[in-house]
Each structure stands twice: as C-alpha cells, then as structure tokens.
Design a protein around this ligand. Structure first.
Ligand code: DQA
Length: 152
C-alpha cells in the first residue's frame, strides 16, 4: 500500500482498561474464554476487511489510559474504550475523553446494566456517542463497524 493510501485510512485506538489482560482465565462464566490476544487478532481481521487501521493497548493504570487519550489527539479518528471498572469510577477518564473531542465508543464484554447496581453507573457513557455491551468478544468487531459508521 502507498503511504498516501495509509494516510487516508481511518485510525482507531482501542483501549482496554484494568484486569482485561487476564481475559481467557478471568471469570470465564462472565467474560468468556477469549484472550486479549485473540481479541486483538479479531480486531485486526475486522480492520483489514474494512480498510481501517486499529491499534490496541491495555493498561491497568488510570493515568496511563488518560495519557493515551491525550496523545490520541491528532493521531486517531476514533477511540473504542473498554475501561473495565474505571467505567464506574473515573471522572478523570470521562474528562480526558471530553477534552480531546475524539468520537468515543464505550464497550463492555458483559451487559453492565444486567449486573450489580454499582456497575449501572457509567462515566464513560456520559461522553461516548454510543455503547456496545453484552456480546462478549464479538462486541469488538461490532464496535469497529459502529465506529466506521459514525466516522462516515
Ligand atoms: C467490563 C465490565 C466492568 O464492570 C468490569 O469492571 C470489567 C469488565 C466488561 O467488559 O464487561 O472489568 O468492562
């Protein structure tokens, strides 16, 4: 592919928050048996089918996620974020998303509204244009499709 063609491709940042590095073995009855590495492969496959570029990153640290969101400005067209438990606690992540003004899609493997009451609050949901949840690992390629639809 020519450099100018790569430049025209939509660039999507996929962020995974705390404990998602343990996918595959972490509460498989809730999150399934697909590993984070498998999810990245699914995302790369969907991205090449759709002709977009995706970059996947995971951190257990709130500040690292915030820094990545800040650095996304000017480098990425959209952010897909599964913020893990920070979804329910982090006003700082919410503010970071508002600050960079990059279209952001909330993602969860489980349906947070069908679980414990403390998971029903989502700070990410207050600033994301949409949310995909309850589809397990399949939610990731679905989220890439939804993002492309949004970016037009
Ligand atoms: C999660 C749901 C959160 O409530 C939880 O803390 C996670 C994973 C999900 O993908 O279903 O870590 O974001």
């Amino acid at each position: 592919m020519e450099p100018w063609q790569i430049q025209l491709m939509k660039n999507i940042l996929i962020l995974h928050g705390p404990n998602l590095n343990l996918l595959g073995t972490r509460q498989p009855e809730v999150y399934g048996t697909t590993t984070l590495n498998d999810i990245e492969l699914m995302c790369q496959k969907k991205a090449s089918q759709l002709g977009v570029h995706v970059e996947c990153r995971q951190s257990n640290h709130e500040g690292v996620l915030i820094d990545w969101i800040h650095d996304a400005r000017g480098n990425f067209d959209g952010i897909i974020i599964n913020a893990g438990a920070y979804t329910h606690t982090s006003i700082a992540l919410m503010d970071a998303i508002s600050s960079v003004e990059i279209p952001t899609l909330e993602l969860h493997l489980s349906d947070i509204h069908a679980r414990e009451a403390f998971r029903h609050v989502s700070y990410i949901g207050k600033v994301a244009f949409d949310a995909i949840m309850g589809h397990g690992a399949d939610g990731y390629p679905m989220a890439i499709e939804r993002m492309i639809e949004e970016l037009g």
